[in-house]
Design a protein around this ligand. Structure first.
Ligand code: SF4
Length: 64
């Protein structure tokens, strides 16, 4: 699967980065940068957590 980020919904609070810093990075200007889109099998649990815990619903998963 791949991560889909809705930039309009993201508030840049960095919760996703705290869970999976190899995928998400909040830049100095507050914009979230998606470091990787494609989710490896070993990371899917952590990425599902970021989707569930994002308070603004900015993250979804899509088939690749
Ligand atoms: S947890 Fe959601 S709102 Fe917060 S930085 Fe990540 S995508 Fe944006």
């Amino acid at each position: 699967v791949k991560i889909v980020l809705d930039y309009d919904k993201c508030s840049g609070n960095g919760i996703c980065e705290s869970i999976a810093p190899e995928y998400y990075h909040v830049a100095d200007d507050g914009d979230l940068v998606l470091l990787k889109e494609q989710v490896s099998d070993q990371d899917i649990g952590a990425i599902r957590r970021t989707v569930a815990e994002c308070p603004t619903g900015a993250l979804t998963l899509a088939p690749q």
